[in-house]
Design a protein around this ligand. Sequence first.
Ligand code: A2P
Length: 336
Amino acid sequence: QKYNVAVLGATGLVGRQIIETLAERKFPVDQLFPLASSRSAGEEIEFNGETIEVLDVEQFDFANAHIGLFSAGGSVSEKYAPIAAEAGCVVIDNTSQFRYDYDVPLVVPEVNAASLADFRNRNIIANPNCSTIQMLVALKPIYDAYGIERINVSTYQAVSGAGKEAVDELAKQTANLMNGRPLDNKVFTKQMAFNVIPQIDAFEDNGYTREEMKMVWETQKILGDETVMVNPTAVRVPVFFGHAEAIHLETRMPVDVEHVKQLLQDAPGVELIEDEHDYPTPVSDASGNDSVFVGRVRQDISHPHGLNMWVVSDNTRKGAATNSVQIAEELIAHYF
Ligand code: A2P
């Protein structure tokens, strides 16, 4: 059995990665429909050694696709996801457009695959925020064994999370700085090269950014537990691919670090760096890899139920494309 798959946002950073990941994981694709705006309709995309033309989403009949992987921005999903869903195409949406709708499953296969069962409500499944995905893949075994009362997390997020233009802006600023040329910034609020920016997405009324609140809302929804408290600070750093997170958590029961390491070693999707003097980084480990890397696991010296860890993953892969394709794999394995 093979499936027709539409990828909306096929010329973007995540869209391209989705197409690559479909090929890498040998997803049973019959026909692939790369979709974008009229701007890039007619461009060509490589898939499994074939050259396929990009189509204008405006002209596309979603009745031709069994599955739609959407990654072209919230407003584009807002418009086209209901149209696709209505036509019988199951949408796996990478944007935040539908994540907080109670009847739309928000899925990390390693954490809450069972919630996928509700996908027929709307024919839409939401893919969580990149920072939330990697955090929960790492925390799920700890949550199951000890319970989690509270999570303090600071993120160190790559520019690719903001799309192709953001990657270009960091590259250009870096080159300009090296050559004594003037800088300008369009995507980021301040100079991104050789800098760190503690703002991702817009500010909310409570002083947190939307990116930070996504981690709060999505963690509670995915774990199905509104008692887990999350206190995030989300920071953009001049890294191209791979988000890092310093996570400090308080478990409900006293925690044994050696046991936690054992749990992480057996956890699906996790790669534990065991050497206490080594650690994963975006460039050396995560970039180009599908795993969630965990290191620096240690007891919090300031709290008996406290645990510290460092979690790194490729935001365009497990944080976006890989997770979406895994959802599609679950879908065809159990529901189609
Ligand atoms: P296009 O090339 O036609 O602009 P990124 O996240 O890397 O910036 O990529 C965004 C993706 O979303 C691109 O593939 C882009 O296609 C697509 N996109 C943006 N706006 C629209 C739109 N209005 N309709 C369809 N696709 C869109």
